[in-house]
Every structure is written in structure tokens, then in C-alpha cells.
Design a protein around this ligand. Structure first.
Ligand code: NAD
Length: 472
């Protein structure tokens, strides 16, 4: 039987006369009808959240944390179903879909153990000041398509543990698993606390404009993020923007290539490069460039080939949707038309009869001003550049759109750390592929974002820190 999907408003299932279907990026098969939320659905969800907030905001942190454990149980108990939906809507392999599910569980459990606590900020003979963290109201979580569960769930659990209500808007390219997860979670939280609405840019824009939404947590492109920030100014909403990263990876002359090559390959081609912190530009020291490139091509050709069977042991897959597929294709075609050296991959036509498949593609020494180097590709094509002077490579690495992540490979930790500290990015990985850690604050600077989430510090953006001043 065909699965059914619903907007969830006040714990009730709601269909819609308008639906859309997502295309399976592996096969171009049309998936299931998905109801598109109407403006009235959105108004009803805001009203339900506002009604729920009065009591929910007064619950204690331990009470809320106990419910996060139950949310984790729901994901775990339904992990196979959620993973199979994720495989269809994202084109992910089973391994990748399971990562989305398992990390969702881990995020719930992390915040079931970690939360903000009151803190004495000043005390003397005359007064004592206690800082406490009060919820904001209703959070709208506007999400992208690359890791649908993880990237929605982090906003959900951060909202809930701090005592906010949350309305999730998944990407219209990947709505199903998130909608099913919220449906399965019904009955755990008070009605109206956790809701989901499916829609696109119109619904997202409505969320940024609505006076009943206290905070927008947005993950997506820089261009949309700027629109979100501008729209939120009108109602002075709190805003967190997790945006794109044209992340630099720097390989030093003394790097251990046995370890660095597989790590950089994974950084660049895991989930076909559709990872916000993925290595998107690799700068290799001139003295090891040829050897590094030779080994990287070998590694990528061996481990990241196209596997049409989603159950094959692979962390590579198709591009998630036609829009992004055209973007990545355009970048590869630009490289070809300009005569840049493509050392592996590069085919853009007839890669497979069906599906948004592009082969893992490596481009050697494209010019610094090329599209591939200057813009985030968010797909399976990686430029490998060279460097010889540390000041110069740091300057080239620090583009305005490269403020999310970066990585450095060197056998000399002091040198790696020195470079890491000079890179203008919210997170830098040293001798390590770029992977967010839900216990660690995650944020972009410059064009890559505004505020951040994850870790205990991430919760601060989901609360007002309010001070109680006591006379002594
Ligand atoms: P996108 O900006 O196209 O869409 C993101 C979300 O915004 C979607 O839900 C979309 O419907 C909604 N939206 C569109 N227009 C809107 C508007 N005017 N107002 C409000 N909402 C609107 O991004 P995408 O293509 O879904 O995501 C891919 C991008 O996300 C990549 O650039 C990637 O680097 C970035 N990303 C960043 C992080 C991070 O944590 N920094 C994580 C994952 C992905």
C-alpha cells in the first residue's frame, strides 16, 4: 500500500487538496503525494503552538529531557521505515540513510543529558545575580534537503529542551521522513508543541514574517539566508542561519598521505559532496602535489564509484534533486569548456539512463578565479590546487563564503593548529575529515552564517538569558 503523509497540526493529521510528489534521484521514479500546507494550516499551527506554550514553557528541564528520550525511542523503533523513506527521497544508500537515523537518535539522547542551567553571574555582600534561560516562544525550523532528519532534529531537540514549541518545515525536496517522524511522535509531547508543515519558499517566507513566530532557525543557502535575515528584521525575531561553506582543506608538505588521502577523499565525496562542511577546495603543498593527486584519484576511483544498488556498501550517491544536479553539471561543464584538467570523472551526459547521477570528478589546478573554486559546488566535483607559501594559502582559503568549515593536514600539530587558528571558519578539523559533532558548537562566520547550534552553547540561541537580581 502507498504510504500516506500528513501535515501535523495540534497532534492531528491534516491532508491538503494540493499535493506534490518528490522524484527519487536514483531512478527518477515519482514518489508519493505529499500535502502542501495552506496559509490557514500555518495560522492554525501558530495558534496551537501559542496555546501550548503557556504550560509547556513552565515545564522543568528534567521533564522535557525525559520526553526527548521517548522521541529517541520513536526514531529507533521506526528506524528501518524512516531509513527506507530517506533512501527514496534523497537517493542515499542504506549506510547514509542509517547515519541520518542514528544521528537523530544520538541528538535526542545528547540533549536528554545536556541542557542550560541557572548560573550565579555575580555575588557580593549586597547582591546576587542569577542568570536563567527562558524559552522564546514558537520556533520555526526551516530545513534543507541533504540530511533531512539530522538537520531538522537538531532544531527540534534544541527547541524542546529549552521549552519552546517548534514547527518544522522540511525541504520540499525531502519532506517525507520528517513528516512521518512527527506523525509517529504524536502523543509524546503536549498537543501543539511539535508540529510539521510541508511547503516551499512561500511557507518559509510566511514563517519569517509572522509575528507569532519568535525565532527562525534556518539551514540552507547564503542567498536564502540573507532573505530570511532581512524578513526577520521586521518583527525582530531571533535568527540562526546555518549557511553554505565553500570550505578549504589545506594539506601541508609533511602530511601523512596514507591517512590524509582517504580522509580528504571522504571529506570531499561522502554523500557525493552534499555535506555543508565537506572539503570543497583542496590546497596541497607543491612538494607533494603530484603524489597526493595520484593517490587521491586512486582512492576516489576505488571507493566512490557509482553503485546503483542503494544497499551496496557505498557512501556515494546521486545528486539529491534536479535543481542541484543542474548546478553541479553546470560547474563541471564550465571546467570542461575552459579546458581545465579533469583527472577523473567529468561525464555529464548519459552517466546513467535514469537518475541524477554524476561521477566523482577531480579537477587539477583550476584557476583560483574559476567558478569551481569561488562558488560552493555542493556535489561530487573537487578542485585540487597547490600552494607553497603559508600566508598565501591562508589568504586564498579565507573567502567570504568559506566561513563554515575548514581542514588542515600536517604531521606537525603546532603548525596545523597555527594554520587552523588563522582560518576564518566556525570549525576546523585537524587531520580529520569534516564531520559535525553534536556535542560541539557548530556555526558559520562571514557569509556562512549567523549564530550557531549544537553543543550546550547552541542552546543559548533558543533562549533569553534573563538575570534575577537579589538583594542580600
Ligand atoms: P535553500 O536555501 O534553497 O532552501 C532551504 C530552505 O529554505 C528550504 O526549506 C526552502 O523551502 C526554504 N526557503 C526557500 N526560500 C525561502 C524564503 N524566501 N524564506 C524562507 N525560507 C525559504 O537551501 P537548500 O538547497 O535546501 O540547501 C542546501 C544548502 O544548505 C547548501 O548551500 C549547504 O551548504 C547548506 N547547508 C548548510 C548547513 C549548515 O549547517 N551550515 C547544513 C546543511 C546544508
Amino acid at each position: 500500500m502507498q504510504p500516506q503523509f500528513y501535515n501535523i497540526i495540534n497532534d492531528e493529521l491534516r491532508g491538503s487538496k494540493d499535493t506534490h510528489r518528490v522524484t527519487d534521484p536514483r531512478t527518477e521514479e515519482e514518489l508519493w503525494p505529499c500535502p502542501i500546507a495552506t496559509p490557514q494550516d500555518f495560522e492554525d499551527a501558530v495558534a496551537a503552538a501559542q496555546q501550548a506554550f503557556t504550560a509547556w514553557s513552565q515545564t522543568t528541564v528534567p521533564e522535557r529531557q525525559a520526553l526527548l528520550v521517548k522521541l529517541a525511542d520513536v526514531i529507533r523503533d521506526n528506524g528501518d521505515e524512516l531509513a527506507s523513506i530517506l533512501m527514496k527521497e534523497t537517493g542515499k544508500s542504506k549506510i547514509l540513510a542509517d547515519i541520518d537515523v542514528q544521528a537523530g537518535i544520538a541528538q535526542c539522547l545528547y540533549y536528554s543529558q545536556n541542557a542550560l542551567a541557572d548560573e550565579i553571574q555575580h555575588e557580593d555582600a549586597h547582591s546576587k545575580v542569577v542568570a536563567t534561560h527562558v524559552p522564546l516562544g514558537t520556533v520555526a525550523a526551516i530545513c534543507p534537503w541533504n540530511f533531512p532528519l539530522i538537520l531538522s532534529n537538531i532544531k527540534v531537540v534544541s527547541s524542546l529542551v529549552t521549552g519552546n514549541c517548534v514547527i518544522v518545515k522540511p525541504s520540499p525536496f525531502t519532506p517525507y521522513a520528517v513528516m512521518r517522524w512527527v506523525e509517529l511522535s504524536r502523543g509524546i509531547l503536549p498537543r501543539g508543541v511539535f508540529q510539521v508543515l510541508n511547503g516551499g519558499a512561500d511557507l518559509g517566507a510566511a514563517m519569517t514574517a509572522h509575528p507569532g513566530i519568535a525565532k527562525i532557525s534556518f539551514t540552507g543557502t547564503i542567498a536564502t539566508g540573507k532573505k530570511v535575515l532581512a524578513a526577520c528584521a521586521k518583527t525582530l525575531k531571533r535568527v540562526t542561519l546555518e549557511l553554505a561553506g565553500n570550505n578549504a582543506c589545506i594539506v601541508c608538505a609533511d602530511a601523512d598521505l596514507d591517512a590524509a588521502v582517504p580522509s580528504v577523499a571522504s571529506g570531499g565525496f561522502f554523500n557525493a559532496g552534499q555535506v555543508c562542511v565537506a572539503a570543497k577546495r583542496v590546497y596541497v603543498h607543491e612538494s607533494v602535489y603530484d603524489e597526493f593527486l595520484r593517490r587521491l584519484v586512486q582512492e576516489v576511483e576505488g571507493k566512490y564509484g557509482i553503485r546503483e544498488d542503494g544497499f551496496a556498501p557505498s557512501v556515494f550517491g546521486p545528486v539529491d534533486n534536479r535543481v542541484q544536479y543542474e548546478v553541479v553539471k553546470g560547474i563541471i561543464e564550465d571546467c570542461k569548456s575552459k579546458g581545465y584538467e579533469i583527472v577523473t570523472g567529468g561525464e555529464t551526459e548519459g552517466v546513467k539512463e535514469k537518475g541524477y547521477w554524476l561521477p566523482p570528478t577531480i579537477v587539477a589546478r583550476p584557476p583560483e578565479e574559476s567558478l569551481l573554486v569561488q562558488e560552493e559546488q555542493f556535489g561530487p566535483v573537487l578542485p585540487i590546487l597547490s600552494w607553497s607559501d603559508e600566508d598565501d594559502v591562508v589568504k586564498r582559503a579565507n573567502l567570504a563564503n568559506a566561513g563554515l568549515g575548514a581542514s588542515v593536514y600536517s604531521a606537525d600539530l603546532a603548525r596545523a593548529e597555527r594554520i587552523a587558528r588563522r582560518l576564518e571558519a566556525g570549525g576546523v578539523w585537524i587531520n580529520h575529515p569534516e564531520r559535525p559533532n553534536f556535542g560541539a558548537y557548530f556555526s558559520g562566520i562571514k557569509d556562512s552564517g549567523f549564530g550557531g547550534e549544537m553543543g550546550k552553547q547552541g542552546l543559548l540561541s533558543y533562549a533569553h538569558t534573563k538575570c534575577l537580581h537579589y538583594a542580600k
